[in-house]
Design a protein around this ligand. Structure first.
Ligand SMILES: NC(=O)c1ccc[n+]([C@@H]2O[C@H](COP(=O)([O-])OP(=O)(O)OC[C@H]3O[C@@H](n4cnc5c(N)ncnc54)[C@H](OP(=O)(O)O)[C@@H]3O)[C@@H](O)[C@H]2O)c1
Length: 298
């Protein structure tokens, strides 16, 4: 246990299990303040107590939000900004967009958006936008979005980005993980050189978590259980992600996609600047950030 990240604050989404929980544990062990976001009040409370136990002096606070709904993202963003303001230092050193889901069947959120598109892509997009003022106040800030090697199976059909006409859960997942890299690429482009904020997309590798088993048919859960048996522990994966979140020496790096703290080749589609801009504009519309009507967007 050390205190090298004392006075640093990070927001971690999906911080109640798997990679997000492991990342929160590493940050807390290093003395950082962590604002965790989870969808279950019960799990948030239990994990908050667990992290306090790891490092009683590290400021840890969990907020409950189902990130599939944009109204909740706005609410939790307000809570985060208020909490930071309450410390007298409204500064955020990093945002880890980790929360993610896999849904075998097409599920629409209460706001009418396909679930994986909503949680895995639009939530990071909107939450990042809302937290920019606090990130900009830090001397060096990071936005790390957890993508996946599955982005290589992604191919966004601009006429049907949510795959409403012909849904396939794995393809939808791959599309959202492709969107994570395109978002990162375009975000850095828009920030420009010299910005205090740098964004990275992380491939966590194959990790032994329960992601494929949550809310999916038994057969899909079984397939994931077999697949993940060849994976690495969440703690091991989280080390590379926390590196992206905290390592000062990579602030100027132009590498977008990393695995275990090492730059990786992303697919050609993930590094397409025209697609990145197109996705950004679409996402702005879908999140109502362009002043229009979100539901008309896609
Ligand atoms: N495991 C892998 O091999 C692997 C590989 C590539 C990429 N990834 C990516 O890694 C990230 C973390 O996944 P994981 O493997 O650690 O799985 P996980 O253990 O299921 O963690 C996912 C986290 O996201 C949260 N979450 C899911 N839906 C949410 C929602 N609607 N609102 C708020 N939070 C929500 C979960 O909450 P609960 O705790 O309440 O379930 C959990 O904390 C995801 O983005 C995933 O796509 C994982």
């Amino acid at each position: 246990m050390d205190n090298e990240l004392h006075n640093h604050t990070y927001v971690v989404t999906g911080a109640t299990s798997g990679i997000g929980l492991a990342a929160a544990e590493i940050l807390v062990r290093r003395g950082a303040g962590v604002i965790g976001v989870g969808r279950s009040a019960e799990r948030c409370k239990a994990v908050e107590a667990h992290l306090h136990h790891i490092h009683p002096d590290a400021p840890v606070h969990y907020l409950v939000a189902d990130l599939s709904l944009q109204k909740n993202i706005h609410q939790v963003a307000d809570e985060i900004l208020n909490q930071l303001a309450g410390t007298g230092k409204p500064v955020l050193d990093g945002l880890l967009n980790n929360a993610g889901t896999f849904t075998y069947w097409m599920i629409l959120t209460a706001e009418g958006i396909e679930m994986q598109w909503a949680v895995n892509h639009l939530a990071p997009f909107l939450l990042t936008h809302r937290l920019i003022p606090a990130l900009q106040a830090a001397p060096l800030a990071r936005v790390v979005t957890v993508s996946s090697g599955s982005h290589r199976h992604g191919w966004i059909n601009w006429n049907d980005p949510q795959l409403r006409r012909c849904y396939n859960g794995l393809r939808a997942y791959g599309n959202t993980k492709l969107a994570n890299i395109l978002f990162t690429l375009e975000f850095n482009r828009r920030l420009g050189t010299g910005s205090a904020i740098r964004a990275f997309a992380a491939n966590p590798g194959l990790v032994k978590t329960d992601i494929g088993m949550k809310g999916n048919p038994a057969i899909a859960g079984l397939v994931w259980k077999l697949r993940r048996s060849g994976g690495i522990p969440a703690e091991e994966s989280a080390r590379g992600i926390v590196y992206l979140l905290t390592e000062p020496s990579i602030q100027e790096s132009t590498e977008v996609y990393w695995k275990h703290g090492i730059p990786q080749h992303a697919s050609r589609r993930a590094l397409d600047p025209a697609a990145a801009t197109r996705l950004w504009v679409l996402s702005e519309k879908m999140c109502g950030l362009d002043g229009g009507n979100r539901h008309d967007a896609a």
